[in-house]
Write a new protein. Sequence first.
Length: 578
Amino acid sequence: MAKLLHEILVDQGTLTDEQVKRVQLYSKQNDLSFADAVVRLGFASEEQVTIALSKHFSVPYASKENGILLPEREQNLQKIIPDKFARENLVLPLFIEDDVLAVAVLDPTNLYLLENIKVMSGKQVQPFITSKSQLLRAMDMFYSNKNLLEEVMNEAAKPQEDNMASESNETDVDVGILDLDKVVPSTSQYVKQVNAILRQAISERTSDIHLELFDERVSLRFRIDGSLYERTPPAKESVNAIISRIKILSKLDIAEKRLPQDGSFTIRYQNRSIEVRVSVCPAVYGEKLVLRILDKGTGEMNVDKLGFEPEQKKAFLDAANLPHGLIFLTGPTGSGKSTTLNAVLTTIRTPELNFMTLEDPVEYKLAGISQVQVKPAIGLTFAAGLRSFLRQDPDVILVGEVRDNETAEACLKAALTGHLVLSTLHTNEALGAIPRLIDMGMEPFLLASSLALVAAQRLVRILCPYCKVPHIPDHATLARIIQEGHLNPRDQNSWTFFKSVGCPRCFGTGFMGRRAIYEVFRMTEEMRNIIYKTQDLVELKKAAVQSGALNLRANGWRKVIRGQTTVDEILSITTSDE
């Protein structure tokens, strides 16, 4: 299939002959498969490549979106194809019908694998083709064992002889890499507990792990889709040893318990590399540990899947393709601003332009883009780095965050000297960025002429597709949705409302994953005049509404009427005057 892939993609119009040559060279230089190189270079998404293969081989395509990549749990498929075999061979059982076993695979031409599955199951096999990232995520959901954490914690609570010395002999400690797929027979109970916490967190799509000690109890919480949930905690006597284990992995000082410490380490797990950022902070009853899990396999780097409405996506990309100007994206910490800006950069990236980013920290490694990590301890601040960038002949500059007057002034100078600058601010709404930037020292007349677009975003939880149920809102709620969403009541017949329930697949939350809602405001002449003359926020909002742009709540209501999220979720995330 590898030899045919470039021909298939050219025949179907996905790649040009010139792009094929570039992909072949890139794959050779970076030791990548042709398909991975296509995706890395941004010529096609994983889904586009997979769909092209599906059409060529006449093999049905399976994805979460089309409802096929959802294994039937009632058919005991995990006994037919065990977890270990599935992960080693990248295959997922889907369902059994008329004594035929349907499986999702990456390569439907691998007859050896299909024959093995036939012998294993004693059934005929029907292959479906899917993408690697979708397959790995579906495996995590299907084979996850929610009781794993509880079993390990209960085992650790039993009386035993144990000490921290055994973990210092593990090879992963010295290199800052924790291989969760590797089994070490002599592993101590503390190491087992750390591994179990991390495994469970990854399987539940956790973004942050909180471990803290109180007077009489221990709290272990996972942040899933923005909310914290309690999990089975370790014994009180184990907490210090667990924190020491994490410190060793992160190359932190295990003897220092009075000062906050930050570090990181990498997890190798199920064919992917996951970065873990570590923060240890002294508290009244002992140190509090917070782990931020950065699973790049779950990051959505496609602007079509971020949550933009069509007119919002067009406005953002039109501004991002300008030769110069300022673009600011606002929102609270953890609202996905970096993901959005990196997806936009990936979309507009071209070899004809020089792209540079200045970030703290660098979360996503982007092919073809020079990325710089801020290091304030040695003087490499956002402002200092930006001044250096201007001597590097850049065309597009991404500044991770504008935090002070000096950085704001440097961004404005770069925009005025012919560069496109994208950055983020912490404000509650998009237009709130304008008075904030003026407070930071930007002259109103210079800001008015250079500002191309301001946007804001929030993350809303998406309903679990397995357990959501239809719901009919009351008349007052419906009237509110129509008014605030600027919707046509005549279209109500096409609207679909659901509410959350909760099931084992979503771990009882009723939600699975998050999507962004946006407000995107391109600068009009009227808005520029207001910035120049009065900087009145109320007048700016009126001008933005007159331009036809949607605010956060209006965008959110559109996701509600499509059955993606709930009324309560939008009301909890947005306010009526946004």
